[in-house]
Write a protein that binds this ligand. Sequence first.
Ligand code: GLN
Length: 193
Amino acid sequence: MRIAVLALQGAFIEHERMLQKLGAETFEIRQERDWYQPMDGLVIPGGESTTMLKLLRDLNLLEPVRNAILEGLPVFGTCAGLILLARKVTGQDFDRLSTMDIDVCRNAYGRQLGSFYTEDKVEEVGDNIPMTFIRAPYINKVYGDARALAVVDGHIVAARQGNQLVTAFHPELNEDMRIHSHFIDIIREHIGA
Ligand code: GLN
C-alpha cells in the first residue's frame, strides 16, 4: 500500500512516520510531477491552509487532487487539511478542494483556546482517543453524505464521507495510532485487499 503525503508545508513528517509504523509505504508530494504516480491514499496534513492552498494552485495540483478525491481516492485531512476539504468555510468564499459536505469555522476556538489537549470517543475508531488541537478549526455542520464521528464541547471535530476522513485535531502528534490505522482500513476496503 502506497500513501502520498502532501508535503508542501506543515506537519507531514509525523504522518509519514506513523503510516510507516503501520506498515504502509509513503512518499511526499512536493512538486507537480510527484503527483503522477500510483497511490492508494492521500494525507493532507495540518499547517496553514491558506499557504497550502496557494501552493496547490501554483503547482497546478488543485484540480488533479480534487478530481482524484471525487473519483474515490481515500484521503485523510487533519486540521488545515480538513479546512481544504470543506465545501464551506466561514468568511472564506474562494475555491478550495471543496470535496466534503462540511461547513467549517477556522481558528474557531479563538487565539487563546485554539490549542488544547483532550481525550474523547471517535465513532468507528474507539474511546479515549488523544486529541491535540493547534489553532484548530471545528465543523459547524455536516450535511449530504458526511457524518460526524466525534464531538468535543458541542463541536464536531472529526467526520467521514465515503473515503474522506477528517479530524480537527492532530492524531499524528500522539503515540496512539488508531486513527491512522482506521484510515488504512478505509484504503484496504477501497482497494479490496
Ligand atoms: N489555523 C490553521 C489554518 O487555518 C490550521 C491550524 C493547523 O493546521 N494546526 O490553516
